[in-house]
Design a protein around this ligand. Sequence first.
Ligand SMILES: CC(C)(COP(=O)(O)OP(=O)(O)OC[C@H]1O[C@@H](n2cnc3c(N)ncnc32)[C@H](O)[C@@H]1OP(=O)(O)O)[C@@H](O)C(=O)NCCC(=O)NCCS
Length: 357
Amino acid sequence: MNLMSASHDHQEALLRTCWIKMKIDTSLSMPQLPEALSHAGLHFTVATEEDFDDIMAMSQGIYGGLDYLPTRYSSWLQETNRIVILARKHGKVIALESVVVIDGGETVLVEGLRVAPQERGKGVAGVLLRFCSELVKSRFPEVKVTRLTRDDQLGPKDYQKYRIITKQGILLVRFRAEELKQRLSELGVGEVHSSVIDSSQEAAPLRLDDTTIQRLYLSTDLMHPVLPNATIIQDWQPFKLLSSNMAILLKKDIDWMVDDLANPCVASLCTFPFRVPVGDDWFYLNIDMFGKEESLVRQQFLGHLQKHTSTLKGHVMCQMFLEPQLWETMADFCQHTLGVELVKEYTEQCVVEADMV
Ligand SMILES: CC(C)(COP(=O)(O)OP(=O)(O)OC[C@H]1O[C@@H](n2cnc3c(N)ncnc32)[C@H](O)[C@@H]1OP(=O)(O)O)[C@@H](O)C(=O)NCCC(=O)NCCS
């Protein structure tokens, strides 16, 4: 059957059939195949465990060696609201994109996009994005917007396509865990207290437990002015302040801190360190920092470094996302007080969204 000539309702029905079929043989059909693509001979499948090596083979060097996919891939395949799609050419994997539904079903988050180096610049990413968008419309009709987080320079076409939700500066530093541990002890950086165990340490940042996180972030408006556009961004994933999102976040290994429970000015989420492909014994430490008060930002940054480097051995790439205006002073603090190496100059993390059409 020619899918291009099918009526809209018929196409929807076909897509639903495709979805059921996909569950069985993992093969997908394109409902509205753009002409360029129909000539390119691309074929779409749902990713499986067996595809891991092929995906890694086309991912070398991406995100500057900080690719999170190797550690996340297996768990991504288990998530019920997520689809990981592969584009194949002559059977060979040449691109990947993942879509996951968040915000209580309202938003689809696009992640992991990559195209094999030899296939870039030919429109493959654009086609894969459109394919996934059609698939989401069929599989999750309640989704209203698509969101993604980028760290590349947005062009005029992107500004036409997307609304900017928020921007954070990216501060990337590297160090050896053992050396930083030594430096922190010279500086007298100690343990950060838990909000439950010790609430008397008013000047020190507080590490939060699940109940306190829920209460602070969901039952009050206190976090709205602290968070950029009332959005929690955790390790590149932007979440609205909703209980369904909190359930997702609380399942992850994250260290939550805030300066003050009654009047928060700075809050942070540190994702537990994980290995990255940049080299053997390299870990990635991701800290999402919200708020503008520099001394409080510094305190929480040190608290996360102290906790998470104490058990690590080897090299660490530490990426902190923070208010753009704090980048310069924090970069200076990292280099001159902590003695760690700045990996790159100022770049931005940009959360963008577009309506599903
Ligand atoms: C970024 C990358 C996926 C682009 O692939 P490509 O096939 O060369 O891109 P195309 O030729 O299709 O060109 C641009 C299309 O992709 C989209 N695109 C480009 N970079 C994008 C990005 N970082 N995030 C989302 N979409 C992007 C453009 O908006 C455009 O869409 P359009 O066709 O609707 O206008 C590819 O260069 C790559 O794999 N880079 C390494 C991994 C990476 O940086 N991924 C970005 C994740 S934030």
